[in-house]
Design a protein around this ligand. Structure first.
Ligand code: GTP
Ligand code: MG
Length: 190
């Protein structure tokens, strides 16, 4: 793919129900998935070099719809609601679950960016997602978030934990991994 101008980004649309999403969109969809609070929205802002195009909160459960961002009229970045947050109402949790599951099973994802907190081993929900990705063969890349919070020895320890996966170590604070992730997205974007 031709180089993407990452600064040329706009919010395109938001959907609370899968049935609202147009059946066909004209650009490759690069979706960001991961547990609530892992840093999906922050990572997207960092990739786009924007402070707050995507809304971020220290309270988990901030993103409650599927949000499409148009990047340079070449790809869509899709911010998904997070999973694994215990404190939202059960009915809402089911809505997110169904929304995300239908989205992921629809075959429309060109690349799934799966975010996992680098500081901890994958949670039960993370492992379910990783199994799901393996089983379905959805094209994906694993991004280990909040790398700025790890000291050298902890980083080495966690690298061992994740060694069976190909990963990108990433921080929305320092910008570590930004260029690597942009490259991966550009190569899988069509
Ligand atoms: P939901 O929308 O609830 O699913 O969460 P999310 O995955 O979009 O997380 P979000 O980007 O809203 O970030 C959650 C919290 O983690 C915020 O307080 C962010 O500032 C913080 N955070 C995100 N990325 C990083 C990072 O790389 N380093 C540090 N230190 N904090 C981060
Ligand atoms: Mg979010």
């Amino acid at each position: 793919m031709n180089n993407i101008n990452w600064h040329n980004a706009t919010h395109h649309s938001s959907y609370g129900k899968f049935s609202q999403i147009p059946a066909v969109t004209e650009k490759p969809e690069i979706a960001f998935s991961g547990r609530s609070n892992v840093g999906k929205s922050s990572s997207i802002n960092k990739l786009l070099n924007r402070k707050s195009l995507v809304r971020v909160s220290s309270r988990p459960g901030k993103t409650i719809t599927i949000n499409y961002f148009d990047i340079d009229e070449k790809i869509y970045i899709v911010d998904l609601p997070g999973y694994g947050y215990a404190k939202i109402a059960r009915s809402e949790k089911e809505r997110f679950g169904v929304l995300t599951e239908k989205y992921l099973q629809s075959g429309r994802v060109a690349l799934l960016v799966q975010l996992i907190d680098f500081r901890h081993p994958p949670t039960k929900d993370d492992l379910i997602m990783l199994d799901f990705l393996r089983e379905t063969g959805i094209n994906h890349v694993i991004v280990l978030t909040k790398s700025d919070k790890l000291k050298k020895t902890q980083r080495e320890k966690m690298r061992e934990v994740f060694k069976e996966y190909k990963t990108i170590e990433f921080s929305a604070e320092t910008g570590e991994g930004v260029e690597e992730l942009r490259q991966v997205i550009e190569n899988h974007g069509n």
